[in-house]
Design a protein around this ligand. Structure first.
Ligand code: SF4
Ligand code: SF4
Length: 651
């Protein structure tokens, strides 16, 4: 008997027939449409009641004088990576970052579904569950609904049960309500796939879903979820450079003093804060028991704008919105700004407020006044006479720069006057000589102005910057190399406000890394733990170069907090000159971490880190590791290899 042959059954239609179908009400009556219209108008009105005020503040805030959209390519790249890919959030905190990314991507996928949802309420739905495109898209959105539901559940558990320290002690019930609404949105959407089309249940689900969206909309501008709308703009419209300090404009600009000084970018950023606490989690001041809380700095400004407004002449640093004490506890390490997932730039705010209080005479501090006076009188932070610098130059046999040498070796205050800084300079000069690089030091140098720039004394900074710029131009310097990352940053970036220099500026770690093949590879058998200086790492992105140099002399390891997450030594922002700290010392916290690695040597690459960590190692350990700058380690390797050559030649 012949077996009947059936035509092959297409796989996809069979699969599609087996899948549940998204169910919607069959038809909406005129009454339903009228009710829906009233609810939409009410929701939009509540939304605008708050969002309109935010827009008014943003419009009224002062324009940012130095803002430019160029280079646009970098802005687009940052936007794609940080906003669309959620790359920074995932990179910094993989699990919560992914959970957040699912919610964000789900929102994007749901934009079309939500539009269709309300259109169908007027019998105008455009995504048909039975059509190819509509059917596919509704399933595509269902996949995201699942991911969003999982993501938001995890974020809820984390916020209400795991409760990391940086969320603060107060429970955010608002976050719980928002999480509940998002979960309900996803649940009602998914449930519609398991409901008969046109049934009462489908109608009920449709309305619950619609009402959830309409309840969620006004909550956005009334809560920290305002970042959903503002943060893409905040990331795209950033100042375009890490820790960029905007210039003061005109004789009446003293910094961030009152509401009239708040710029559009500062206001936009204040309203974009999602209150995640990442900035506070990484802040060295907050981690050592100080009052400073970078999240609170941003929220303080937001609170000021909400209550006082951008036209107010009331001071911002008044003890209520922002406190004088906290803004002068900042080491300007940049950890907060680096971590912020929505592109908030804390340092222009903090330094802006310091400027405001210094330039108007509100900040009175004996140490600060002494530093300013010393710099005005001596031109260096250590208050020593220039003849001491001359003596060191003679003693170390450093050539004077006369325009014939390739490099100007910039000594900086620490390299010229501090005994340990001088040792680093001497070692680095030894390395340069070994490499056959010609160099010279200027007859005269003044402090680059780094500490006064960060402390907010603009007048003194301008004086120092202009004197140095003129001096370098007169000496026709084309290349500068220095042992101090603070000098590098200030010369390369901050001086630009006053014309800048055309010379190439390099940190000695970068210089040595470029010449590493000409340095001896002499493994000392020792373990070296490298401390990333904030101004070399986060500010300049030089992480590999110092490690490459160190790797020629030993085994390099990292402390738990390294690279972009490196923990400050406590010196930056002029704090090294400001006397006693509140709470634990930042440097002690770091020194304990470095010692705990068990390394025999701590490798440093900044004379300020060197001085802070040196004292802290001695204070926190009976048998601390040896502390050396990378130049000293390289010079020691040179010495060891030359000794080895001599002994092999003599044997
Ligand atoms: S720059 Fe550093 S010290 Fe200052 S607020 Fe930010 S994290 Fe804290
Ligand atoms: S400023 Fe940025 S990092 Fe800090 S809480 Fe706000 S969003 Fe989070």
């Amino acid at each position: 008997m012949a077996v009947p042959i059936h035509p092959p059954v297409p796989f996809v239609p069979v699969l599609a027939a087996a899948l549940p179908v998204y169910a919607e009400p069959a038809h909406f009556s005129a009454l339903s449409m009228a009710v829906l219209s009233v609810l939409i108008v009410a929701s939009a009105a509540l939304f605008w009641a708050r969002f309109g005020k935010v827009v008014t503040v943003l419009r009224a805030a002062k324009p940012d004088a130095d803002f430019s959209l160029h280079p646009i390519g970098k802005r687009v790249r940052d936007f794609v990576w940080e906003v669309l890919c959620q790359g920074k959030v995932i990179q910094e905190r993989p699990i919560p970052g992914l959970a957040h990314a699912f919610v964000f991507w789900g929102f994007l996928a749901f934009a079309l579904v939500s539009l269709n949802h309300f259109a169908s309420g007027y019998n105008l739905g455009f995504l048909s569950a039975h059509g190819v495109i509509g059917g596919f898209y509704l399933y595509f959105a269902a996949l995201f609904a699942l991911l969003v539901a999982v993501g938001i559940t995890w974020l809820f558990i984390r916020r209400f049960f795991l409760r990391p320290r940086y969320f603060g002690s107060k429970l955010s019930y608002e976050s719980g309500v928002i999480a509940g609404l998002i979960f309900l949105l996803m649940a009602t959407y998914l449930a519609a796939f398991f409901t008969p089309a046109g049934s009462t249940a489908a109608v009920a689900l449709w309305w619950v879903h619609a009402l959830t969206i309409l309840a969620f909309l006004p909550l956005i501008p009334h809560t920290k979820h305002l970042h959903l709308i503002l943060s893409p703009a905040t990331v795209f419209l950033s100042r375009g450079e890490f820790s960029r300090i905007p210039p003061l404009v005109g004789d009446e600009d003293f910094g961030l003093v009152t509401g009239k000084d708040v710029t559009k970018l500062a206001a936009l950023q204040a309203y974009s804060c999602v209150e995640c606490g990442r900035c506070t989690e990484h802040c060295p001041a907050n981690n050592t028991g100080k009052e400073l809380n970078p999240k609170q700095i941003v929220l303080g400004l937001r609170s000021y704008l909400n209550t006082q407004g951008p036209a107010s002449e009331e001071p911002i640093v008044d003890g209520k919105y922002e406190t004088l004490h906290s803004i002068f506890q900042c080491t300007t390490c940049g950890a907060c700004e680096y971590q912020c997932p929505v592109g908030i730039e804390h340092l222009p705010l903090i330094i802006g407020m310091r400027r405001g209080t210094v330039n108007t005479g509100v900040w009175e501090d004996d140490y600060g006044a002494k530093l300013f006076h010393t710099l005005e009188r001596n031109g260096n932070t250590l208050g020593m006479s220039a003849s001491e610098r001359d003596k060191f130059i003679q003693h170390a046999e450093l050539p004077i720069f006369d325009g014939t040498q390739e490099y100007c070796l910039w000594l900086g205050c620490m390299g010229a006057y501090d005994p340990k800084g001088r040792e680093i300079i001497t070692s680095f000069a030894q390395v340069m000589r070994h490499l056959g690089t010609t160099f010279g030091v200027l007859k005269k140098e003044r402090c680059t102005g780094d500490p006064v720039r960060r402390l907010g004394n603009d007048l003194l900074f301008q004086t120092l910057a202009e004197q140095n710029i003129e001096n370098l131009a007169q000496n026709k310097v084309k290349k500068i190399v220095t042992i101090c990352p603070h000098c590098v940053r200030t010369m390369a970036k901050d001086w630009q406000e006053f014309g800048g220099v055309t010379a190439e500026i390099e940190h000695h770690s970068e210089f040595m890394a470029r010449h590493q093949n000409a340095l001896p590879k002499a493994d000392s058998g020792k373990t070296i733990v490298y401390h990333d200086p904030c101004y070399l790492g986060r500010y300049r992105g030089s992480y590999d170069q110092p490690r490459e140099v160190l790797a020629r002399s030993g085994t390099v390891i990292d402390p738990p907090r390294s690279h972009e997450r490196s923990f400050c030594c406590g010196a930056g922002g002029g704090l090294v000159f400001l006397g006693e700290e509140q709470g634990d010392r930042v440097s002690h916290n770091r020194a304990k971490e470095l010692t705990a690695t068990g390394a025999q040597i701590v490798g440093a690459a900044c004379p300020f880190c060197n001085t802070m960590v040196r004292d802290a190692l001695a204070a926190t350990s009976d048998a601390p590791p040896e502390l050396l700058d990378i130049a000293q380690i390289a010079a020691r390797s040179l010495q060891n290899s030359s000794n080895a050559q001599e002994s092999s030649a003599s044997s």
